[in-house]
Design a protein around this ligand. Structure first.
Ligand code: CIR
Length: 255
């Protein structure tokens, strides 16, 4: 069974962390409606969706991908780079334990956000960012390297997370903004470049044979359609005001 953990949008969503975007007013009801439609896209892709509660002290909790990295062997609970987000881990730990996943944890002084970790089969790519430091990447490398994954680490620049700059759209293909991440890191994989007018377009969520993708990037979308990928478009502009995108709103794993 394919599980997708999601998390309710906090009533304090408009107090979210912001790094690269200026603060713009967020319509929380509209964000919630977009989030629900995103969850339906996950259901249509074959996922069983479990939505966790959040709270007024967790404005960014909807971005559940940042607090855990889930692989076949179990989950790694992260230590988010933004201190205010560390209180998000407890609820996710409880849920992953309920689902029977073995857990390990990133320890201080390591910091790591799940948004900086891209897993493609047995290959793991880690971005060093304002949120993920070398110590966090080293710990992840030890944990996953120890169970047969190859782990590559490289700095990202100009964006929040590695997965702002690159994601997988098929098992052998990445969608990439080369201005933000070194393309050499993905040697051996096919690459689709984002349209230069759409720098934020590299975040796509491949799940259950479809690619869940923001409706806000028509130029890059055309490139993906030419590759015969099945796209499932979602409106996420209200979530994008909080620097969120499609991968960050779920944790997907096989049970
Ligand atoms: C943050 O700055 O932590 C949130 N406002 C956005 C997190 C987005 N996460 C992701 O792309 N993995």
């Amino acid at each position: 069974m394919l599980m997708a953990l999601t998390r309710e949008i906090s009533e304090a969503f408009d107090e979210c962390q912001l790094t690269h975007l200026p603060r713009a007013p967020i319509d929380v009801s509209r964000a919630r409606a977009q989030h629900t439609a995103y969850e339906w896209a996950l259901v249509e892709a074959g996922c069983t969706v479990r939505r966790l509660d959040s709270g007024p002290d967790m404005p960014d909790a909807v971005f559940v991908e940042d607090v855990a990295v889930v692989v076949n062997e179990g989950a790694i609970i992260t230590r988010p780079g933004a201190e205010a987000r560390r209180r998000e881990t407890a609820g996710v730990v409880a849920s992953l334990v309920r689902h029977g996943l073995p857990l390990q944890e990133i320890q201080s002084p390591g910091t790591l956000d799940g948004g900086d970790v891209l897993v493609i089969g047995r290959r793991v790519f880690v971005g060093l960012s304002a949120r993920t430091n070398q110590a966090g990447a080293d710990q992840l490398l030890k944990m996953l390297g120890g169970v047969g994954y190859t782990v590559r680490v490289a700095p990202v620049r100009g964006c929040l997370h590695l997965k702002s700059a690159v994601t997988a759209v098929a098992p052998d293909t990445v969608l990439i903004n080369r201005d933000w991440v070194p393309a050499e890191m993905f040697d051996g994989l096919a690459m689709v470049d984002v349209d230069p007018l759409e720098p934020h377009a590299a975040n796509a969520l491949a799940v259950g044979g479809v690619v869940i993708y923001s409706a806000g990037f028509p130029r890059t979308r055309k490139k993906l359609e030419h590759r015969d990928l099945r796209l499932r478009l979602v409106e996420v502009d209200e979530l994008q005001k909080a620097e969120g995108a499609v991968t960050c709103c779920s944790l997907i794993f096989e049970l």
